[in-house]
Write a protein that binds this ligand. Structure first.
Ligand SMILES: Cc1cc2nc3c(=O)[nH]c(=O)nc-3n(C[C@H](O)[C@H](O)[C@H](O)COP(=O)(O)OP(=O)(O)OC[C@H]3O[C@@H](n4cnc5c(N)ncnc54)[C@H](O)[C@@H]3O)c2cc1C
Length: 349
């Protein structure tokens, strides 16, 4: 268990103050969003996802876990394995994520490494159709780059021995260069080919990154991006992010990319973008096993199943663990309607 995330039994006073502060923060967020628009709501929620005080308060609040459990398979590996088995039985591939990020103590990073090693063992032992996703800051990036590199390297090496694959998630923009650097060291210096990265369509730099990564024959996941980034580095308008997503998707589906061995994963629940990619692959005779769609656990299950029925490869990102708070609040930030679901649960409880 992560040092920072030991569940603290809620005392009546703690629970009352948690309810008060969280409710205050939610109300303020909603008022500001109503006054200044949803961009501000997203910024506030992304700030709250990273604030230690908010994590301490909300994590001890039962209602929060009830809402979060829509997006998180459970708090332990057994729950994650069970969710994976169910998804596999429905023809859906999985990527498992042991929740955790922004570790500040080496012990936490080592604990995450041990848990993911065990996870790789369980995937193998249970013959699951699943790989693993991890975050560099979970493995120590904010403490020491070499610590993160060593931890991730150990995991990718273990994955290789059991014929599995590791995806390095992409976090906020200050970590992009280091993350791509770690990926390149693993791929080109350590000679590991069972590792891939993530590119975020909201960043201006992503087109140049993708062009370079295509030359390297990368396995890349393309997503829109889940953090609050300034206009200096990211498109502020959603329409521009969506347009860039399609632009980058076409680069990843180009004949040149295929010749270089690129295998793209389109991580989105955006039905319009998915339809566009389907039409593009159809009109360019790109086989369905040359790419995959990815979605998050608990979001658009109907679309996941529809794609499988149509013969597409679909992989669901299944997170588990006690450190669910930042992941959960980013899901709220992506869709303000989720916030109302949260508030209505509060009033129902
Ligand atoms: C498999 C996977 C891996 C990811 N990895 C990363 C990563 O490494 N780094 C990173 O920055 N981001 C990552 N993300 C998150 C991603 O960047 C987006 O924030 C998220 O996917 C929402 O964008 P969208 O493409 O679904 O489009 P949107 O335009 O945001 O949403 C389209 C539609 O999807 C549905 N939807 C989207 N989000 C939600 C939600 N939270 N709750 C309910 N419905 C929703 C709604 O119906 C919405 O209308 C990942 C996403 C996926 C699916």
């Amino acid at each position: 268990m992560r040092l920072m995330d030991k569940p603290v039994p809620p005392t009546p006073t703690r629970a009352r103050s948690a309810v008060f502060v969280t409710f205050f923060a939610l109300t303020l967020s909603i008022v500001l969003a109503w006054r200044y628009g949803s961009v501000w709501l997203r910024r506030i929620l992304v700030y709250l996802s990273q604030a230690a005080w908010a994590r301490r308060l909300v994590s001890s609040w039962g209602i929060a876990w009830r809402v979060a459990s829509r997006f998180v398979a459970g708090v332990d590996r057994e729950a994650a394995i069970s969710a994976t088995r169910d998804l596999n039985a429905r023809g859906i591939l999985v990527t498992l994520d042991y929740l955790g990020e922004s570790c500040t103590h080496e012990g936490e990073a080592l604990q995450a490494r041990e848990e993911i090693l065990r996870l790789l063992g369980d995937i193998d032992a249970n013959q699951l159709r699943a790989n693993v996703s991890l975050k560099p800051t979970q493995l120590g990036l904010k403490i020491d780059r070499d610590l993160a590199l060593a931890n991730i390297c150990a995991l990718v090496e273990r994955a290789k021995t059991v014929g599995n694959f590791v995806r390095i998630d992409m976090e906020d923009s200050p970590t992009v260069d280091t993350t791509l650097g770690i990926y390149r060291q693993l791929r080109h210096e350590a000679g590991l080919d069972n590792v891939g990265v993530v590119i975020q369509a909201y960043l201006y730099r992503s087109e140049a990154d993708i062009e370079q990564l295509i030359e390297e024959g990368v396995r890349v996941r393309l997503c829109k991006g889940a953090y609050a980034e300034p206009a200096e580095v990211a498109f502020p308008r959603k329409a521009d992010v969506d347009a860039n997503y399609l632009n980058l998707a076409r680069l990843l589906l180009s004949r040149h990319a295929a010749e270089k061995g690129v295998y793209p994963a389109f991580a989105t629940h955006d039905a319009t973008i998915i339809e566009d990619i389907k039409a593009y692959t159809r009109s360019h005779n790109i086989p369905a096993d040359a790419y995959e769609f990815q979605m998050l656990h608990g979001i658009r299950r109907d679309l996941q199943e529809q794609l499988v029925d149509e013969g597409h490869r679909v992989r669901v990102y299944v997170p588990y663990g006690t450190a669910w708070y930042p992941y959960f609040v980013r899901r709220l930030a992506e869709r303000p309607a989720n916030l109302w679901f949260f508030v209505s649960n509060y009033f129902r409880s």
